[in-house]
Design a protein. Structure first.
Ligand SMILES: [Zn+2]
Length: 108
């Protein structure tokens, strides 16, 4: 799971993406896979635990890709008026990981 590269505390993807919603072209960015991943890499996120800033390139790319899919898969995943993410991204990522491992086990 995503962690702050400075203090090591776990980060909530919903909170992280909410920080990006103030980007000028956020709506467009969230719909375009390449733009979204690039925007994450270059975005200076603020850790809610230690208050330090770090670039998104330190976040696991695999999770960022999954976050993009989840945000686009579910209608109304973003509450643009209140700049909030409605999905529990961390729970969904954990569930996805669990199913993936299970799938591997069944095939293995
Ligand atoms: Zn931190």
């Amino acid at each position: 799971m995503a962690k702050c590269p400075l203090c090591g505390k776990p980060l909530d993807w919903g909170e992280l993406v909410e920080q990006m919603l103030s980007l000028e072209n956020a709506e467009e960015t969230l719909r375009d896979r390449e733009k979204f991943l690039k925007a994450i890499e270059e975005f200076a996120f603020k850790c809610p635990h230690c208050g330090e800033e770090f670039y998104g390139r330190y976040l696991p790319r695999e999770e960022a890709e999954k976050v993009f899919e989840l945000l686009n898969e579910f209608k109304g995943s973003v509450d643009w008026e209140n700049k909030r993410i409605r999905l529990r991204l961390n729970s969904l990522l954990a569930l996805d990981k669990m199913l993936e491992n299970w799938d591997k086990k069944m095939k293995g």
